[in-house]
Design a protein. Sequence first.
Length: 292
Amino acid sequence: MRSDGRLFAPTATAIAPPIGVCTIARGRFRAKPKDTSKKLRVNGQIRLSPVRLIDENNEQLGVVETDIAIERAKEAGLDLVEVSPGSTPAVCRIMDYGKWKYDQQKKESKAKSNAKKSELKGMRLRPKIDSHDLGLKLKKAREFLEDGDKVQFVMLFRGREMAHRDLGRKAMLEVVETLGDVSKLEQPPQMAGRRMTMLLTPDRSGKAKKDAAAAKSPVPAAPKPAPRRAPAPVAKAPVEEAPAAPLKPGEAARAAVREQQRQAAEQAQQAAAPPASDAKPAEAPQEPANTG
């Protein structure tokens, strides 16, 4: 009781749990991951008999009783797995079930990691958008579509622009025509208040058809180069001999003395040589033959 006579109203935090009572804090609920792997009956879970048996070497052993198949699997240290329960008789295989299940989970996780989630990208337009700005937005939208994402185009109308909705629809149809090779129209342009929306989804077939058509089109052959012509002969200009340099006074006198000595030596050689005779030497007379 309080000093003013009123009773004290305990709050939730003031209330303590009774002694000896255990309280458990409730955590956030988390759903268990779903097991998407194929569930098969193994060993004692197989109720059908007989079964068609396939051994660990992938060889068919024919139709045998289920108990015999389980014993054979135990001898090999493996499991008997019912791989095809719908057939008559059911098909069972001797294999390592734990390893097979691990391989299946590994394949599923790899497939999920490689799978790309499609995202929704948005592009805002105006009825009086400039052609250059529209080209930039279409270039970006093409990149999104090639990556596998959806693109939603939203055109906003303000004030008196609502009276010219035909211009906005015309711009939207131009976008569809420009991106027609990589997309297809999922939602046509439609008005919602002051907004006109349109949705495009990626279309791989359009791009594949375009690439196939480009590959089938004949490639023009490159023009053959013209034969090279032999260069015309260039006439050589006559080489003019350079004039002899003028001799100095002392060198001129020595040159004249050497010339006189050379001429005197030639005259002495001609005088010492014997005169050449033009007459042929006389032949010796032949002796008469002895006939006796």
